[in-house]
Design a binder for this molecule. Sequence first.
Ligand code: GLN
Length: 544
Amino acid sequence: MAKYIFITGGVMSGIGKGVATASIGRILKSKGFKVNAIKIDPYINVDAGTMNPLEHGEIFVTDDGMECDQDVGNYERFLDQDLTNDNYLTTGRVYQRVIQKERNLEYQGKCVEVVPHIPNEVISQIKKLERKTKADFILIEIGGTVGEYQNMLFLEAARILKLQHPNDVVFILVSYLPVPKMIGEMKTKPTQYAVRSLNMAGIQPDIIIARAPTPLDAIRKKKISIFCNVTEKDVISAPDIKSIYEIPINFEKDNLGNQILKKLKMRAKKSNLNDWRKLVKKIKFPKREVKIAIAGKYFKTGDFTLMDSYISVIEAIKHASYYFSLEPRIFWLDTEEYEKNPKKIKELKNFNGVIIPGGFGSRGVEGKIKVIEFCRKQKIPFLGLCLGMQLSVVEFARNVCGLRKANSTEFLPNCQYPVIDIISEQKKLLKKKKYGGTMRLGTYPCKIKPKTLSFKAYARSFVSERHRHRYELNNAFRKVLESKGMVMVGINPEKDLVEIIELKTHPFFIATQFHPEYKSRPLKPHPLFREFIKKSVSRVVSSE
Ligand code: GLN
């Protein structure tokens, strides 16, 4: 039977609960255990696919096409494991299953109630994952913050599971200790309240991970220990650090892995984080920097810049840069600005490489096309991802093939040259307003043309990559595009869809219909990102 580790968050969101969960997973894996993880999100959405990235951050996609929270991406990256639809739950998913079971008479005439049926369904999903993966440890991260209304039923599930398996469950609270500027002292009170809230839900945390701007001192540790009812050894200091990849190593400084094993009456085991240590060394002592611009649109919320929407792209850039001991400096370009002020585009010359990531809707699209034109003409290393590929095709059709009115039917349904068009099955779905979970999702095979940059990068002729889109390159225009120097490098053999394009006369111009960023791992950078960074750093740009 598996052991269950519940991870909850105290005080506020955004303190790195997902990365903490992933790091705990990495530590246990490094001790030789089989680990798996579930993220439970409190919202009603059945999956994350219908949410605006500005609201919720990136929508991550697994091999089997589940659209989920970015934390599942963190789990994959830290655990170096592919996860599935079973690794994600939302309130919507749980209710949907319970209602379906009720309709199918599976409760055999019982009155179906929020308690116990909803928590029981959560438990049965956790056990399903355990059965399927035969993991030694299942980590369960409960989204939101303790004390809020929305995740009560998940805490209830955690409490009931502990009641059923008293020796197999550990509760970890990831909490925040602020240092208010006007006081200049680290405060433990909000964490004390968070623990009280957990206590009210019938849960006593076994371990508290204390996130704070700086390491915890002895006084604070003692205070948390006494007021929150945990031993000092079970208060783990988690200060802000430069790289998230240092977190497993930091946790191990406080012996977190063996503290967890001790709670479960298991023997202490040495962890082996050597690869991880090597990675952190490269991150801390880079040889030089590489400046990469991301031309997107999902990063402004009011006065703040939110990078969460492109987290997998950012991490993929980082992994590839670390591989070459480079420090990536990432710049955000709001392409709408190039629409208003076309001269500004010259600033692109200052970057080693440019990426256009995925996106939906017409806002900022014309500015992105200008970015692509500039990168093509100036021979700046370029990587286009999904929408980035579609717009590369539009730009090439307009400016190289002379099809001035080329567009994607996503932006102009009746355009004269629909070089990007909706996938035929998608048309029917949209007519019926079937938006949820219906894109072309998950992995599909792709055959790579020999003697191309992509072939060199992958060193293979067949790859399988993850998708999330409704539009595709319109095969009716393939010939004209090819005749002017666009190379159709990757093809999905089942449906003859173009998955990768390159430009003959450019030193590095690769654009993919799929999202390679989803499969990049800290110790295994994605081949296309790796080659992109390699080429980018060789381009000479001014240092500021
Ligand atoms: N909007 C485009 C499509 O649906 C691209 C999607 C994306 O970039 N993920 O095909």
